[in-house]
Write a protein that binds this ligand. Structure first.
Ligand code: ATP
Ligand code: FE
Length: 356
């Protein structure tokens, strides 16, 4: 099977071709991403109108490039998969319209994919992980524990009750004068900092279950910053490094401790070959990856994390999630619509699971 994937739900315009032959590992034949970071740089966040226009302008060329790089043409595709939500509605609509046009023109089947399912199924693309596995999906807009029972059944064990960690990384970076996206700049700065320099809270650790909170941690970091500015009139690079290291350590501790609890619930199901996977942009963080990997080792559970390029938004994960649906006979038609909100866990209330 060979599938073209299209992704445009946030600030990356992406297209990819993924091929899978039975009995062999899947192959990513191309994976093109055009990031819009520069377009939004002056605004301190993603501006929906600018994002939607940039997606509309870039989608065609990204699809052409992805096909050219793969050495294939539209005629070689078995289906066209596209992110149909959740995300910024203008961008999702641009992608869905593009995919519908390609499907109508080529007569190929159209498959609408949930962006979060794309992130959550990535470990099956990169490591051929078997169901059921425990997934920590931790990104710019989301943070949740899921048991992936199948390509269409995700059981939510808990998640953030306010900000997503990626959002917190981005906001804290802004507060302490580091460039966007905040995750990589904080990780870089933290290398030279002391994680014990500021006593930051580990919210909700006293509460049972897997729910998390990151907004109080952000406020506490702001207070620590203000105290430094009041005392010395500004922030030195060493202060940025110390604040970054302390903040990153707090996020790592919270994610690790809550993963321990999610793991206990998952292991109670007695999966034959237990595995835990982490995905989403924040999964690129080496401190978080390392800590979760240690936790998994302690429990003799396999740990996998996709390569960094497949943790952040990309279209290979959408092509792969589309392939999983295609195999189950789940195909859409021209009535496919873009959904700004779309919780992965069908039983969840509509407002849960999506932070934006
Ligand atoms: P969602 O998938 O929830 O809709 P998104 O698509 O914007 O959100 P991703 O592209 O998966 O999110 O991830 C982007 C986020 O990951 C940003 O908030 C960014 O700061 C964060 N991030 C990227 N690299 C790192 C890192 N090394 N450490 C921590 N956070 C990181
Ligand atoms: Fe994403």
């Amino acid at each position: 099977l060979t599938i073209l994937g299209i992704e445009s739900s946030c600030d990356d315009t992406a297209a990819a071709v993924v091929r899978h032959t039975d009995g062999q590992p899947p192959e990513i034949l191309s994976n093109e991403v055009f990031g819009q970071t520069d377009l939004h740089a002056d605004f301190g966040g993603v501006v929906p109108e600018i994002a939607a226009r940039a997606h509309a302008e870039k989608l065609d060329v990204m699809v052409e490039t992805a096909l050219a790089t793969s050495g294939l043409t539209l005629a070689d595709m078995d289906a066209i998969a596209v992110t149909a939500g959740p995300g910024l509605i203008g961008g999702v609509m641009s992608g869905v319209m593009c995919a519908k046009g390609l499907a109508a023109g080529s007569g190929k089947p159209l498959i609408g994919v949930n962006h979060l399912a794309g992130h959550a199924l990535t470990p099956r693309l990169t490591d051929q992980l078997e169901f059921p596995y425990l997934m920590l999906l931790v990104s710019g807009g989301h943070c949740q524990f899921l048991i992936a029972h199948s390509a269409t059944k995700f059981q939510r064990l808990g998640g953030t009750i306010d900000d997503a960690p990626g959002e917190a990384f981005d906001k804290v970076a802004k507060l302490i004068g580091l460039p966007q996206p905040g995750g990589p700049s904080i990780e870089q700065a933290a290398k030279h900092g002391d994680p014990k320099s500021h006593k930051l809270p580990r919210p909700l650790l006293d509460r049972e279950g897997c729910d998390m909170s990151f907004s109080g941690l952000k406020t506490a970091t702001l207070r620590a910053r203000d105290a430094l500015i009041a005392a010395q009139g500004g922030l030195h690079p060493q202060d940025q490094a110390n604040l970054s290291a302390s903040f990153q350590a707090a996020v790592t501790d919270v994610l690790t401790e809550k993963t321990r609890r999610a793991l206990a619930q998952y292991l109670a199901l007695k999966p034959a070959q237990p595995a835990i996977a982490v995905a989403g942009g924040v999964a690129a963080n080496q401190s978080i990856r390392g800590s979760l990997s240690n936790l998994a080792d302690q429990h003799n559970v396999r740990f996998t994390a996709p390569p960094l390029k497949l943790c952040t938004d990309n279209a290979a994960m959408i092509a792969w999630a589309g392939m999983e649906r295609f195999r189950l006979g789940l195909i859409d038609d021209m009535t496919l619509t873009a959904r700004p909100r779309w919780p992965l866990d069908a039983a969840a209330p509509a407002m849960l699971g999506s932070g934006k």
